[in-house]
Design a protein around this ligand. Structure first.
Ligand SMILES: Nc1ncnc2c1ncn2[C@@H]1O[C@H](COP(=O)(O)OP(=O)(O)OP(=O)(O)O)[C@@H](O)[C@H]1O
Length: 263
């Protein structure tokens, strides 16, 4: 059956995706379809394979096997079309440290092929909204962790992508900056764009996302609208612990020597 004319194209379609590092299987053959226009959380414990998956999905890391399509374009066969449609805030973000925030945005805008005047306008607005206007002429090397995340987000949003990928966007970010980032992302998805972000902070995912995919040991354990994945569990955290298994509930009872004071 062919797709009906009215059928929505998925923001991301992943089929049979594998990645091994030597003996270590980081991503074990995942299939996943992420709907467009949603705020999507990719959650999982440390080492689950989230970063590896996002790196393959955004064309930063070549899979051993499998395909990825972003709004209908193959990431590896049609990289230019894909890169024009996505924004990425990767883990361990590398920035041009010797540029100021304003210069970094100007440079990113020109790389994206935007006219200078449009880049200036958007940069001014983004710097303002993200509360970086006062630091726009400061070198990026002198930015704090939270400021780096915000300027990285501004760079990822500058060309108005259809799908935005964020790897742990709130890590190291203070509550005020987190609220600012959150506001920008909510406005962005409110206009029909898609956000995919990875996190292991369940409360954050639960409060932000309307769609989640749970990953553990390189596999997708559950995916769908937040309410469906949470099921009858009182919180996403509880549902997550049940999904990833009993080991996650180990409370360290064996560490009977631990308690402070030399014994
Ligand atoms: N470059 C690499 N070389 C070898 N092994 C790697 C490499 N990158 C990731 N791995 C392994 O692949 C697995 C998945 O790692 P990945 O970073 O994708 O997980 P994650 O879910 O993003 O974890 P975290 O939440 O801790 O960032 C882990 O077992 C990790 O040790």
């Amino acid at each position: 059956m062919t797709e009906g004319a009215g059928a929505a194209v998925a923001a991301v379609r992943v089929q049979g995706l594998w990645k091994r590092y030597g003996e270590q299987i980081a991503v074990a053959g995942i299939d996943l379809e992420l709907p467009a226009g949603r705020f999507i959380g990719l959650v999982g414990p440390n080492g689950a394979g989230k970063t590896t998956t996002l790196s393959m999905v955004t064309g930063l890391l070549r899979p051993d096997q499998g395909t990825v399509e972003i709004v209908g374009h193959d990431v590896w066969r049609d990289p230019v079309a894909v890169k024009a449609r996505i924004g990425v805030l990767p883990e361990g973000l590398r920035l041009f440290e010797r540029l100021s925030g304003r210069e970094l945005l100007a440079y990113t805008g020109r790389l994206r092929g935007l006219p200078g005047a449009e880049v200036d306008k958007r940069a001014t607005q983004l710097l303002d909204v993200l509360d970086l206007a006062g630091a726009q002429h400061k070198l990026v090397v002198d930015y704090s962790t939270g400021m780096r995340k915000k300027i990285g987000l501004a760079c990822a949003l500058l060309h108005n992508p259809e799908v935005l990928f964020l790897d742990e966007p709130f890590e190291g970010v203070d509550p005020v900056s987190a609220q600012t980032i959150r506001g920008v992302l909510e406005r962005y998805t409110g206009s029909g764009a898609t956000v995919v972000f990875s996190s292991h902070v369940m409360e954050l995912v639960e409060s932000l996302c309307d769609w989640v995919a749970v990953m553990a040991a390189g596999r997708i354990r559950a995916h769908g609208p937040l309410a469906d994945v949470r099921g009858s569990a009182p919180t996403l955290q509880q549902a997550f612990l049940e999904l990833v298994g009993a080991r996650a509930q180990n409370t360290g009872a064996d560490l009977d020597w631990l308690g402070g004071g030399a014994r």
